[in-house]
Design a protein. Structure first.
Lengths: 815, 263, 323
C-alpha cells in the first residue's frame, strides 16, 4: 500500500524497480548494506520486466560475461528456499538450430569456447534434436547444438523473489514514487528529489530501464539507450508439444521458442527493428502493451510455421508487444558513470534483462562496495560510451540495427551499418578515393582495408578467409618490407599539464614518466590489485606537459580514470585533445627514406632514437613526430594539428610513390601487431591481469617511487605467477584464428585465444593466450608442453612462443 | 447464408487513455486497439453459422480510422471472409447516430441474410447502433442473444432479460445483438493469420457508399462531447488490522456504519 | 410555453423499480429549474393501480397507456406509442430509467425522431435551459460532458446516481389510447423468476461479489451476507468463465457496470477490467488472501484474509448487532 513516509536520508538509493533494480537491492543487502531504498515510479516490474519472456542463457562472448550469465542459473533456483517466493525457474536446457553451414561453424566455435568457459554445449544430430523437442521439424536444418543447463524463469516472480530477499535484510521499497531530480555536490551525488520529498544519500544507482536516459539527464550524464518494440506471442496448448522442452533458438530464423505449459511462446530479434518512445516514455506507462504490428509478427510467424508445423493450426492466445531498451552496441551498461562520483548504472539490458539481472546486480553491489566488479566487465561497462552518443537521432537509427544483433551471423569483424558515418578523420575522403573499405569503431570511420582498384570495398564475411584476405596480406607485407601509411586519428589523446603533472602521473603510471622532454614512455596504468586499467604511451612534450595516447575504445574510461585520481589540491589538469590532432603512421623499412624527402630534420638513429618524439618540419607543417610503432617496424606516428593533416597526407603519398607506398587499414594493423606480439588492452590484457602475467614486466619501474599497484605487484613477484601470456602459431597455414579458440596443452583444455589474426610474414595464423599452472608457471613448463588449438571442432597442432614469433628481440623498430 | 458482422475497434482495457489536445476526444497515439468483445462474439457466432451451414460468406463491417484495418485483419485471421472499413475525413466528428446511418448506407448494396452486432461498445456504452441500424434497414432486432438457431428462413433466439430469459423468433433478414454467454470466441491460428494476408480489406469513403459529405461534419452530431476530464482516481484506503477475523469484522462493520454505508 | 420534462417510467409485474423514482426525482428537479412541468409516461398492462405512486415523486401529469396487449414489453410497440405521445406533448427533455428496456425504447425513439440520446448519465445540468449530461467513458476512466442535440433531449439515467426525493403533488392522470400493431417478433417461451425476488445488480445498493478464491459455484456464504445487507450477489469474470456463476452476475467491463453504495469484493484480484465495472461504487471493501492483489490499490477498506474465514466473521458480527 502507498505509505509515503520517505526517509530524509538513505545510504543508497536505487531508482527503478524492475528486475535489475530488485537484483541490485538483493545483492547490496547481501553484502551487508542495510540502508538501501528502492524508488519505483509505478509498480515493481511495470516497465519491461513484466513483459519479458524469461529466457536464461549462459553462453556469452568471454569468460567473465559467461560467468555473469551463468550466475543467474545458479541464483534463481535458490531464491524460493531463501525468500519463500517461487520464481518458476526451470532448467529446460536450450537447443540452437542452424539453417546454414556458416551458422554451424559459428556454433562449433561456440561449443569450443563454451567448454573452455565452463558451459556444457555440444553438437547433436538432427534426429536427436527432434527427440528432444517433439513437434519440432528439422527440415532444412544443417545441425543443432544442445546446452543442457540453460533455463527459463517467470520474470515478475523472480523480481519479486529478489526484492523480498532484499526486504528481508532491511531494504525498503517505495512504489508510485517518481524521482524528479538528482542532486550533486563537489562532483559527487548527494541526494534525489521525488514528488514526496527529498532524500539525501551517498550513492545513487540508476536501474530505470527505458527511463534510464531521463534519469541520467537529471545528473547531466549521458545514458545512451533507446526503446524499441519487442514482441512475442503465446499459443493455446498444442497437442504433441511437451510441457517442458529445451528453449529452441533459431538464430537464422530470428526466432526463439519457449515451452509454456503445453503451449509455445515465441518471439525473436528481427533484423530491422522499430524504435519507440521517440518523444519520451508516456508518463502513465505501467504494464502497458503497445499496438499490434503484423509486419513484425510475420517474421516470427514464418519461422514458427517452419520450425513447428503444428503451430499452423494453433490458436494464438495473446500477442504481446512491449517496449524494451537497447544500446548502440547491444551490450548492457553497468558501472560507475564517468564524471560523477557514486552514481552507478545498470540499464540497457537489450532484451536479456532477466538473464542478466542476477550478474548485473551482483556486479553493481561489488562496484559500490569495493570500487570494482569481482571480474572485469569491460564489454558492458558504461564507460565505453561517449557523450555524443546521447544524440537522439543517432540512438534512434542505431537501435534499428541493435535489436537484431543478438541473432545475426556473428562473423568476426561483423559491421554495423546504421547511423553511419558519425566521425571522420580529415583524410577520410582521400582514403575513400583510394578504395578504402571502412569499418566503424566507437563512432569513428576507419579504413579497414583497401581495394586498390576501388572496385568493391565492401566486407563479405566468412569464417575462413574473407574477401579482403589478399588485400590485407599485401598491406601487411608492405609494412614489413617496404613502406606503409595508416590513419589512426581515432586514437584518443590527452594532455596532462601543470606543475604537478609529473607527480600525478608518476603516481598513476607503473612506468617511470619523470623523463626528459621528448621521451616516450610505454606504461601500464594499474589498479590497486596490480591489474591493467589501461596501457598507453606518455610523452613529455614540455616541462609540465605530457601527451598521452590511448586506444579509441577506452577514450572515456581512461580520461575518467585519470581525472578522478588527480588530487583536488594538485595543479594538474587533463584535457582531451583527440579532435585537435590527426595521426598518420608511416611504417616500414623504407619509412625513413620517405620522410627524409619531406624534411631536413635529422632522422638518423643517433639523432632521433626509438621512443623519442620531436616537432619536425614536414611539408609545410610542423607536426609532432613520435618514433614509436604498434606494428613492429621502423616508423613514426605523426601527430598533426587537424587542419594541417590533408596537406601532410598528400605530401607523404607523393613522396612515397617512388617507394611504392601502400595505404594500410586496421585489419592489417591488427595482423601486424599480433605477429610481433603487441598486446591489445581488453582482448589480451584486462584489469584482472598484471604486467608479469602479461609478459610486460619490463614496462614497470619499481625504483621510481610509489605508484598505484606497486605493493600488489611486489607481492605477486614474491609469490610467483601462475598465469602467463604467450603466443601461438598454427602448424597449418589455412586455419584462421580470431578469439576464444580453446587452447589444449597435452590434450587438456587450458584456456582460450585472447586475440588472433593471420601472420602473413609467418604464413600462418598467430594468436595470444594465457597458460596457467597453479603450481607456478616457468619457461620450462611452458616450452615442455604439447599444444593444440581447437578450431570449429578440429584440433590443430600449434607451436608456443615465449616471445613474439616475428622479430622476437624487437630489433626492427630500432634500425 | 450471407452474414454481416458489425464491428468496432476500441482501446484495450489496460490501455492508457489520454485526453487529446482538443480536450473533447482521446489521443490515439500509441493506443493498443482491440476488437470490442461483444463484436468478437458476433464474429465467432457468424463463423459458427457458416461452418454449420457449410457455405456462405462472413463480411465484417466497421466505421473508423485506418487503424481499424489491423483489427479487421485479426478478424479475417479468425476466419471471416471479407473486411470493409468505412473511413472518411468527414467522419472525424462522429457519434453513434452518425455511425448507424453510415452502416445502414453501406449495407444498402450488400446482400445479407443476417446481421450480428455487439449490443454495446465498451468505450462509449451507447447501446445505440444495433437498434438504429435495424430500424434504418427495416428489419427486426433481437438484442441480448445468448443462443440462436436458424431454421427455414427464421431465426430463434434465447434472450436474457432482467429476471430470466425469453425464447423469441423472427423472420430473416434480421439483426441480432450478442450478450456474454453466447460463445467463447476462437483465437486466430497461425495459418489463418497467414491466409488472412490474402483476404481483402476494402476501404470505402462516404461517397463510395453514396453519401454526400454535406450531411456530415461537426454540425451533424446529435450528441456532442463538450469536455473530457479524467475520472478521479480511487486512492487506496486503509488496511484493516486485527489479531483475529472477529476483531477485523468488528472494525469493518463499525467503519461502514460510521460512514453510513450500511445502516 | 413552459419547458417540460417527461419521464418514461418502466412498469413491470413488480410495479415501479427504484430507478423509476430516481428518474422522477431528477426529472422534478430539472422541471423546477425550468419552471416547467413533469409528466410521467407509463405503458403496460395493469398499471393503473401503481401509476398513482408517481404522484409522490413530483409528477404533474401521468399519462397512462394501459392495455392487456401491452403486458409484455416490446420495444417496437412501446416506442410507437411513445413517439405519438412525444409528438403530441412536445417535451423539451425526455428521461428514461436504467434498465435494458429503458435503453431499448430510448434508442429506438431517438432513431425514429432522428435525435440524439445519452445513456448511463450520472448528472445533469442546464446551460441556457439546455440539458448537459455527464457520463463516464472508456471503462470509467474518463468523464464526459455531453450536449444532446434536438428536441426533446433524450437521456437515460444511471442507477444509484440520483437521490430519491419525495414531492407529493396533485396529479392529473390521463389515459392514452394505444395504437396497437402486430409485432414482427414472436414470443415462444419465457423462463422468468418473479421480479420480487430479484435485486437487479445494476440497481442494487449493496453488492457482494465473488472471484477466483471462491473455488466453485457455491456462493452461499456471499448470498447470506448479501441478504443481511439487503443486496445482490455478483461475480468476477473468472468466476463466470469457470462456469460457477451465470453471465448475468458478472460485474466488469464486459459484464454489468454497477455503482452501489457498498461493493464487497471477496477473493477478487481486481484487474482493470473488473474495476471498470465497479469503480464508481461509493465504498469498496476488498477481502483477499494475497496482500499484493491489485484491488488493494483502490479499495477503501482492505482485509488480508481468507474469504471463507472472514465472511463468516462479518456475518456473525452483523447478526450480533441485530440485523
Amino acid at each position: 500500500m502507498m505509505n509515503h513516509e520517505l526517509p530524509s536520508f538513505a545510504q543508497i538509493v536505487i531508482i527503478g524497480g524492475g528486475i535489475v533494480g530488485c537484483s541490485t537491492a538483493y545483492h547490496l543487502t547481501k553484502l551487508g548494506y542495510t540502508d538501501v531504498i528502492l524508488l519505483e515510479r509505478k509498480e515493481l516490474g511495470s516497465g519491461t520486466t513484466w513483459a519479458a519472456a524469461g529466457l536464461v542463457a549462459q553462453l556469452r562472448q568471454n569468460q567473465e560475461m559467461t560467468n555473469l550469465a551463468k550466475y543467474a542459473t545458479e541464483l534463481y533456483p535458490m531464491l524460493e528456499a531463501e525468500t519463500g517466493v517461487a520464481t518458476g525457474y526451470i532448467k529446460t536446457g536450450a537447443l540452437g538450430v542452424c539453417q546454414t553451414e556458416d551458422r554451424r561453424r559459428e556454433w562449433l566455435r561456440g561449443a569450443g569456447y563454451a567448454s573452455a568457459f565452463g558451459v556444457e554445449m555440444y553438437e547433436v544430430s538432427l534426429k536427436e534434436a527432434e527427440e528432444m523437442v517433439p513437434g519440432m521439424s528439422t527440415e532444412g536444418l544443417v545441425s543443432a547444438f544442445y546446452l543442457p543447463n540453460d533455463g527459463q524463469t517467470n520474470p515478475l516472480e523472480t523480481a519479486q523473489a529478489l526484492i523480498k530477499g532484499a526486504r528481508m535484510r532491511g531494504a525498503k521499497v517505495f512504489e508510485n514514487t517518481s524521482v524528479s531530480g538528482i542532486k550533486q555536490k563537489n562532483g559527487a551525488v548527494c541526494g534525489v528529489s521525488t514528488e514526496y520529498g527529498d532524500i539525501s544519500c551517498e550513492y545513487v544507482i540508476n536501474c530505470a530501464g527505458m527511463w534510464g536516459r531521463q534519469i541520467g539527464k537529471m545528473a547531466g550524464v549521458s545514458i545512451p539507450l533507446h526503446a524499441a518494440i519487442h514482441m512475442h506471442a503465446i499459443t493455446k496448448p498444442i497437442e504433441g508439444i511437451q510441457k517442458i522442452f529445451p528453449c529452441v533458438r533459431d538464430f537464422d530464423g530470428r526466432t526463439y521458442f519457449k515451452a509454456d505449459n503445453g503451449a509455445i511462446l515465441f518471439g525473436g530479434f528481427e533484423e530491422v527493428s522499430k524504435p519507440w518512445g521517440m518523444k519520451g516514455i508516456p508518463d502513465n506507462f505501467k504494464f502497458t502493451e503497445l499496438p499490434e504490428d503484423m509486419d513484425l509478427f510475420e517474421v516470427f510467424l514464418e519461422c514458427g510455421l517452419q520450425r513447428f508445423p503444428s503451430l499452423g493450426t494453433a490458436e494464438i492466445r495473446h500477442s504481446s508487444y512491449c517496449a524494451e531498451s537497447f544500446t548502440p552496441d547491444n551490450a548492457f551498461m553497468v558501472g560507475e558513470v564517468p564524471n560523477v562520483k557514486n552514481l552507478f548504472v545498470g540499464c540497457g539490458m537489450n532484451s536479456v534483462g532477466i538473464a542478466g539481472a542476477a550478474g548485473v546486480g551482483r556486479a553493481i553491489a561489488q562496484w559500490v562496495s569495493q570500487g570494482y566488479p569481482e571480474e572485469q566487465l569491460w564489454p558492458v561497462d558504461v564507460r565505453r560510451f561517449f557523450p555524443w552518443q546521447q544524440n537522439s537521432r543517432y540512438l534512434h537509427d542505431r537501435v534499428i540495427e541493435s535489436v537484431g544483433i543478438l541473432y545475426e551471423q556473428h562473423y568476426p569483424y561483423a559491421q554495423r551499418t546504421t547511423a553511419r558515418p558519425v566521425i571522420c578523420s580529415p583524410v577520410h575522403d582521400r582514403l575513400a578515393q583510394k578504395g578504402a573499405c571502412f569499418s566503424m569503431n566507437a563512432g569513428w570511420e576507419r579504413a579497414d582495408w583497401f581495394d586498390p582498384k576501388g572496385v568493391e570495398p565492401v566486407h563479405k564475411h566468412s569464417w575462413g578467409r574473407a574477401n579482403w584476405f589478399e588485400f590485407q596480406g599485401q598491406e601487411h607485407m608492405a609494412a614489413r618490407q617496404g613502406v606503409a601509411m595508416y590513419d589512426m586519428t581515432s586514437m584518443h589523446k590527452y594532455i596532462v599539464q601543470g606543475p604537478d603533472a609529473e607527480e600525478v602521473l608518476q603516481k598513476l603510471c607503473a612506468g617511470d614518466v619523470a623523463v626528459p622532454v621528448g621521451q616516450i614512455v610505454y606504461t601500464p596504468m594499474l589498479n590497486e590489485r596490480g591489474g591493467y586499467e589501461t596501457d598507453f604511451t606518455v610523452t613529455r612534450i614540455a616541462e609540465d606537459s605530457f601527451f598521452i595516447v590511448t586506444a579509441v575504445g577506452t577514450g572515456v574510461r581512461d580520461f575518467d580514470y585519470i581525472k578522478r585520481r588527480i588530487p583536488a589540491e594538485a595543479k594538474a589538469f587533463i584535457t582531451d585533445v583527440t579532435h585537435g590532432y590527426a595521426m598518420l603512421a608511416l611504417m616500414g623499412p623504407d619509412a625513413r627514406k620517405v620522410l627524409a624527402k619531406l624534411t631536413d630534420d635529422d632522422l638518423s638513429n643517433e639523432a632521433f632514437p626509438y621512443r623519442t618524439a620531436k616537432e619536425i618540419d614536414l611539408g609545410y607543417a610542423r607536426p609532432w613526430a613520435f618514433r614509436i610503432s604498434y606494428v613492429g617496424e621502423l616508423g613514426w606516428e605523426l601527430y598533426i594539428p587537424t587542419n594541417f593533416a590533408t596537406g601532410v597526407f598528400d605530401a607523404i603519398m607523393e613522396a612515397g610513390q617512388e617507394f611504392g607506398i601502400r595505404l594500410v587499414g586496421m585489419q592489417a594493423v591488427n595482423s601486424l601487431r599480433l605477429e610481433c606480439g603487441y598486446r591489445h588492452w581488453e582482448s589480451d590484457i584486462t584489469p584482472d591481469d598484471n604486467p608479469f602475467e602479461a609478459g610486460l614486466g619490463f614496462s614497470v619501474n619499481f625504483n621510481k617511487g610509489d605508484f598505484v599497484g606497486r605493493e600488489a605487484l611486489l607481492k605477486q613477484k614474491e609469490r610467483g605467477i601462475t598465469r602467463r601470456l604467450v603466443m601461438f602459431t598454427l602448424e597449418d597455414s589455412e586455419t584462421m584464428l580470431y578469439k576464444n579458440e580453446p587452447i589444449y596443452r597435452n590434450g587438456k583444455a587450458i584456456s582460450t585465444i585472447t586475440s588472433g589474426a593471420y601472420g602473413y610474414k609467418l604464413g600462418c595464423s598467430v594468436g595470444m593466450g594465457y597458460l596457467k599452472n597453479l603450481e607456478g608457471i616457468t619457461n620450462d613448463w611452458i616450452l615442455s608442453g604439447n599444444y593444440e588449438i581447437q578450431v570449429e571442432g578440429k584440433m590443430i597442432a600449434a607451436k608456443v612462443h615465449l616471445r613474439a614469433p616475428y622479430d622476437s628481440k624487437g630489433e626492427r623498430t630500432k634500425i | 447464408m450471407d452474414i454481416v458482422v458489425l464491428m468496432k475497434q476500441v482501446p484495450d482495457t489496460s490501455a492508457l487513455i489520454r485526453i487529446g489536445e482538443d480536450k473533447v476526444s482521446i489521443s490515439t497515439e500509441d493506443v493498443k486497439w482491440v476488437i470490442n468483445h461483444y463484436d468478437e462474439m458476433a464474429v465467432e457466432e457468424a463463423l459458427r453459422i457458416k461452418e454449420q451451414q457449410g457455405k456462405g460468406k462472413v463480411t465484417v463491417l466497421t466505421v473508423g480510422k485506418e487503424t481499424a484495418v489491423a483489427t479487421l485483419r485479426t478478424v479475417l485471421a479468425m476466419g471471416a471472409d471479407e473486411g470493409i472499413l468505412i473511413s472518411d475525413p468527414a467522419l472525424e466528428a462522429i457519434d453513434p447516430q452518425i455511425t448507424a446511418k453510415v452502416i445502414a448506407a453501406a449495407l444498402k448494396n450488400i446482400h445479407f441474410d443476417l446481421i450480428i452486432a455487439g449490443h454495446r461498445a465498451v468505450d462509449d456504452d451507447a447501446y445505440f447502433v444495433p437498434t438504429a441500424v435495424a430500424e434504418y434497414l427495416s428489419i427486426p432486432f433481437l438484442s441480448m442473444v445468448i443462443r440462436q438457431e436458424i431454421k427455414e428462413g427464421k431465426i430463434q433466439c434465447v434472450q436474457t432479460v432482467k429476471n430470466g430469459s425469453m425464447v423469441v423468433e423472427t423472420e430473416l433478414p434480421a439483426l441480432i445483438a450478442t450478450q456474454r454467454g453466447l460463445n467463447e470466441p476462437r483465437y486466430p491460428t497461425m495459418l489463418n493469420i497467414m491466409k488472412a494476408k490474402k483476404k481483402s480489406v476494402e476501404i470505402k469513403t462516404l461517397s463510395d457508399i453514396g453519401l454526400s459529405l454535406e450531411e456530415f461534419g461537426p454540425n451533424a452530431l446529435k450528441t456532442k462531447i463538450t469536455s473530457l476530464t479524467y475520472a478521479p482516481k480511487r486512492k487506496a484506503g486503509e488496511m484493516i488490522d486485527g489479531e483475529t477475523v472477529g476483531e477485523k469484522a468488528t472494525q469493518l462493520v463499525q467503519l461502514l456504519r460510521a460512514k453510513a454505508v450500511i445502516l | 410555453m413552459p419547458n417540460n420534462v417527461m419521464f418514461f417510467a418502466e412498469h413491470t409485474d413488480a410495479g415501479f423499480g427504484k430507478s423509476a423514482f430516481e428518474g422522477m426525482s431528477e426529472g422534478r428537479r430539472l422541471a423546477n429549474q425550468l419552471n416547467g412541468t413533469l409528466t410521467a409516461v407509463v405503458i403496460g398492462a395493469g398499471t393503473q393501480d401503481n401509476a398513482q405512486e408517481l404522484a409522490q415523486y413530483g409528477a404533474d401529469r401521468i399519462l397512462i397507456c394501459d392495455d392487456p396487449a401491452l403486458n409484455d414489453f416490446d420495444a417496437d410497440q412501446f416506442t410507437s406509442i411513445l413517439v405519438d405521445i412525444v409528438k403530441q406533448n412536445t417535451p423539451d427533455i425526455l428521461l428514461f430509467g436504467t434498465s435494458l428496456n429503458d435503453k431499448a425504447v430510448a434508442t429506438l425513439l431517438a432513431t425514429r425522431l432522428d435525435l440524439g440520446v445519452a445513456t448511463e448519465c450520472l448528472k445533469f445540468t442546464l446551460q441556457e435551459e439546455r440539458l448537459v449530461a455527464t457520463r463516464t467513458m472508456y471503462g470509467g476512466k474518463l468523464v464526459a460532458q455531453v450536449m444532446i442535440e434536438g428536441k426533446p433531449q433524450i437521456a437515460c439515467i444511471r442507477a444509484n446516481a440520483f437521490p430519491i426525493i419525495q414531492d407529493l403533488r396533485i396529479t392529473e392522470q390521463i389515459m392514452v389510447e394505444p395504437q396497437l400493431k402486430v409485432s414482427k417478433i414472436r414470443v415462444i417461451d419465457k423462463k422468468l423468476n418473479s421480479l420480487d425476488k430479484v435485486v437487479e445488480l445494476t440497481e442494487a445498493t449493496v453488492i457482494v461479489s465473488g472471484g477466483r478464491a471462491m473455488g466453485g459455484p457455491d456462493f452461499s456464504l456471499l448470498e447470506e451476507l448479501a441478504d443481511l445487507l439487503g443486496g445482490a450477489v455478483g461475480a468476477s469474470r473468472v468466476a463466470v468463465d469457470q462456469g460457477w456463476r451465470p453471465h448475468s452476475d458478472q460485474v466488469g467491463q464486459t459484464g454489468k457496470v454497477v455503482s452501489p453504495k457498498l461493493y464487497v469484493a471477496c477473493g477478487i484480484s481486481g484487474a482493470m477490467q473488473h474495476l471498470a465495472g465497479m469503480g464508481t461504487s461509493e465504498c469498496i471493501v476488498a477481502i483477499n488472501k494475497d496482500n499484493q492483489a491489485p484491488i488493494f490499490h483502490y479499495a477503501d477498506y482492505g482485509i488480508v484474509e481468507d474469504v471463507f474465514e472472514m465472511v463468516p466473521a462479518i456475518i456473525e458480527e452483523l447478526k450480533r448487532q441485530g440485523r
